[in-house]
Ligand binder design. Structure first.
Ligand code: SF4
Ligand code: SF4
Length: 445
């Protein structure tokens, strides 16, 4: 095994000891599920069902609206109670279908017409679109789109991302330990669809048991698949950093992995791809970690999409008194939640329940020009400068110095001894730049 790394980044305490040795626990679907129509990058899906209608497990209940969108399916059999609006961690609110689970688990999906190895790549991609498979590493980019690169962008390398560099989260680690055959099969399917010569599985060096387990699955005739072991460093799992660490290819600013012949999929997505193309099972559940000192019994769960977040926390013994914050995702890139009265969606990779001591931040002071944020930035930006120009409302300068290339990884703010909320300033700059560009486009018409 080779060891790989990228420039910049930070090394926060990973806190993975809370759950890394806890097997995935399958949670029964609740009596009522709110299945959101906005669970992916791109346009929300259009509901296909009406109140009173009976639905089956895996039945399509939301039609994608456009190429960058994804189908949505019922995780249970039961009755549609109504179409409703639910809170959404990023959009505020979105449309959802409220389903009453009848507990009969009546299946409404079939395996594909032939084994995956006998189907054309085009058909496999169609089946993935039908199954609503999206990237489960956080971005929820529709997988059928990622697997349809234009002809002038041939892919020679597929990288399976088993890095899971966000502190606290361990469900990908558990998937690699508990479903290694399915992870490897998912990778083989992706490689076959893209016709890529090289396939790599990247597993950070703090998960050597998972790397060994996957390695043991490759001994018989899997030529062209290699396990690579990046050093533990955040954000090793970000696409551009992972591609550089594994291949030394640099994705250009504003570019995509396909510009350097690469496609990256998360290990959870590989399992979802395998499930869709072998069993015909749409994406209706996922693995996630409920963790932090604020939850009674941290666990890794396998839960149905649409399960209320409060039910996930209850399955882990509930919140402890003194919990001050719950984050969807990890501490570096996650989103603080205003309420647990909202459903789990395809992007819910974890819930982090934090006590006051875990959320301590130094009081904000003036920039002391120490340069730590610049050294930590894996995108080679100057966060302190972008923040300063944002305070002056100088968004043309923010654009010029690359604010749009920020991937909001949080390394700069994590490193800042003055407690300056650099990511918030940069997010503001990105949103103002987008508005500025829209306005100028309209004025030019
Ligand atoms: S500027 Fe953006 S990419 Fe660079 S460290 Fe800060 S959040 Fe990460
Ligand atoms: S890390 Fe903080 S204090 Fe240091 S240069 Fe950056 S913004 Fe200024």
């Amino acid at each position: 095994m080779r060891l790989f790394e990228f420039p910049g980044g930070v090394h926060p305490d990973d806190h993975k000891e809370l759950t890394r040795s806890k097997p995935l626990e399958a949670l029964s679907a609740p009596e009522l599920l709110n299945v959101s129509m906005a669970q992916h990058l791109g346009a929300p899906a259009q509901p296909l069902v009406k109140p009173g209608e009976r639905v089956l497990v895996g039945q399509k209940i939301g039609e994608p609206r456009g190429f960058i969108s994804a189908a949505v399916h019922s995780p249970v059999s039961g009755k549609v109670k109504r179409l409703t609006q639910v809170p959404h961690p990023e959009l505020g609110r979105c449309q959802a279908v409220l389903i009453e689970n009848d507990g009969e688990d009546e299946r409404g999906y079939q395996p594909p017409e032939r084994p995956w190895s006998e189907l054309e790549p085009k058909r496999l991609v169609e089946l993935l679109a039908e199954a609503g498979v999206v990237g489960l590493g956080g971005a929820t980019f529709p997988s059928h789109v990622k697997l349809s690169p234009p002809e002038n962008k041939p892919i020679d390398t597929v990288i399976l991302n088993g890095v899971e560099c966000e502190p606290y989260l361990t469900s990908d680690h558990r998937l690699m330990l508990e479903r290694p055959d399915d992870v490897v099969l998912g990778l083989k399917i992706v490689r076959s669809i893209l016709g890529a010569k090289q396939a790599l599985i990247a597993v950070e060096s703090n998960k050597s048991d998972a790397a060994a387990k996957l390695s043991a699955k490759l001994i018989h005739g899997d030529s062209g698949i290699e396990i690579v072991v990046p050093r533990v460093r955040y954000p090793q799992g970000a696409e551009k950093q992972l591609i550089y660490a594994c291949t030394k290819r640099r994705v250009p600013n504003g570019g995509l992995p396909m510009d350097v012949g690469c496609v990256v999929h998360n290990v959870g997505t590989a399992v979802a791809i395998r499930d869709a193309l072998v069993d015909g099972r749409p994406l209706i559940s996922r693995a996630l970690t409920i963790t932090g000192m604020g939850v009674d019994t941290p666990k890794n769960l396998l839960a149905a999409i649409g399960t209320p977040l409060s039910a996930l926390v209850d399955a882990c013994g509930g919140l402890k008194s003194g919990t001050v914050k719950v984050i969807s995702g990890g501490p570096m890139m996650g989103i603080a939640l205003g309420t647990l009265d909202q459903p789990m969606i395809k992007s819910t990779g974890g819930l982090l329940c934090l006590t006051a001591s875990e959320t301590f931040k130094p009081e904000q002071g003036p920039c002391i020009r120490c340069g730590r944020c610049i050294r930590a930035c894996p995108m080679r930006l100057q966060p302190t400068l972008i923040a300063a120009r944002t305070k002056l409302d100088d968004f043309d300068e923010c654009l010029r110095i690359g604010a749009r290339d920020c991937m909001e990884c949080g390394c700069c703010a994590y490193s800042c001894p003055a407690g300056i909320p650099l990511v918030q300033y940069i997010k503001l700059a990105k949103s103002e730049i987008a508005q500025l560009q829209r306005r100028r486009k309209e004025e030019a018409r």
